[in-house]
Design a binder for this molecule. Sequence first.
Ligand SMILES: *[C@@H]1O[C@H](CO)[C@@H](O)[C@H](O)[C@H]1NC(C)=O
Ligand SMILES: *[C@@H]1O[C@H](CO)[C@@H](O)[C@H](O)[C@H]1NC(C)=O
Length: 514
Amino acid sequence: MATTNSSQLSLFLILLAILSSGSLTISSHGFTVEEATVAELQLAFKQNQLTSRQLVEFYLGEISRLNPVLRGVIEVNPDALHLADKADRERNAKAPSSLLPGLHGIPVLVKDNIATKDNKMNTTAGSFALLGSIVPRNAFVVTKLINAGAIILGKASLSEWANFRGLAPNGWCARSEQGKNPYVLSADTCGSSSGSAISVAANMAAVTLGTETDGSILCPSSYNSVVGIKPTVGLTSRDGVIPITPKQDTVGPMCRTVADAVYVLDAIVGFDRNDEATREASKYIPRGGYKQFLKQCGLKRKRLGIVRNPFVVEGSEVAEVFEHHIQTMRQRGAIVVDNLTVANIDDILDASGSGELVTFVAEFKLSLNAYLKGLVSSPVRSLADVIAFNNKFSKSEKIKEYGQMLFEAAQATEGIDSGVQEAYSNLARLSKDGLEKLMRENKLDAVVTPGANFATVLAIGGFPGINVPAGYDSNGVPFGICFGGLKGTEPKLIEIAYGFEQATKIRKPPSFKP
Ligand SMILES: *[C@@H]1O[C@H](CO)[C@@H](O)[C@H](O)[C@H]1NC(C)=O
Ligand SMILES: *[C@@H]1O[C@H](CO)[C@@H](O)[C@H](O)[C@H]1NC(C)=O
């Protein structure tokens, strides 16, 4: 997909094409696909106002119109229309009620570090080093999506190697180059699941999957005004996901609404014998799934802990909006416990001092080497090969400019030594004295902070969090609000996030400001 297109004139022409978009109404019955939720799409299917083929054609059209600038999509599935026809045939053959309200016939983009085994799409984490590699099987979460009837529309771009290579800007990878924030093109996209956030925000897909190790779902969701669910580690299998560390990696939905994200979460959670962490975490999955927690009055009687320091910048635009949202939560029946602090918060947020980085580099070398060895065929078979590839065949000068210091630091590690063990203990202690104690002592259902900087507190404990769009600054750059809690508390977080979303309805489609 990536074509170099840097001249001012062509950029101008593309922007003109974006802004002068034609009618987005695609069927003769007047159904509008733009911003449609999964439930609305399913209803339109049922009422014969829409087919999956029309839906895929719509997204392919939007991708060819918008992606030359936004670069949120790295590859389109050459079989997408064929799969859409298959979904349409299945729908016509079955009683429609048996297909509601899940993902049947719904096009999904998955981040390019999540394996797809169809021998047409690549799985590369945005790097040329993995182009042409053959994965042994679909990632478990992809199999789950396919079993739910979803259409894999393509792969989303990302900060290369999920932001674990060097000093590249957020949203940049060698294969797709710089992803752009669809609200304000010059603004940060955050990362590393930048393409998933960009694409779903700009209606280039119905729903998307991202991955997070520390902030990679929550942060781009905040910056691109979408809902991101970062599940408890182990709730979603990491099998077939290009890894950073099994301690913290997790796969989650990035969507335009909480309900859409919950439909996706319901489809992808579950035990997988190829990911041991799912054995423990699958006990958290409620009977009947997560949909039952989409309650209009989800904020009622919830004890919400507001953690200001250091997340609220006094006097900022975000702080002002945040105060207003706290009032709304009170009005909707939440019990607000204000001005709490997480013990040792400065230590937690310092990835070098806490030991988090020490565990990342050691785990990354082991996990990536195992992933690469498991490939059916691949131009690179080890981290050392990837480093050599970047040094030698770099198709982009940017690779040299941005370096690969994290790769090099990882390559220099020698397994899980006493230093790494010590880091594990320190991180466990920080979580125990920090979020765990705070939640218990204040009997909280969730902690609430503006933006996504709370992600590290959640990351080091394997805890879940949800970002919901919360506002736009005076330049039009979006920001979110983060609800976080202890392991397995997705039901409560979903009630709170949905209650907040329904009370505020902040999200609006992007306006492509320069
Ligand atoms: C996957 O990569 C190969 C190059 O190895 C390329 O020819 C092919 O078009 C890519 N697939 C897609 C769907 O872009
Ligand atoms: C929060 O606590 C700090 C220190 O205890 C205090 O200075 C500040 O005014 C409090 N803020 C709010 C909004 O209560």
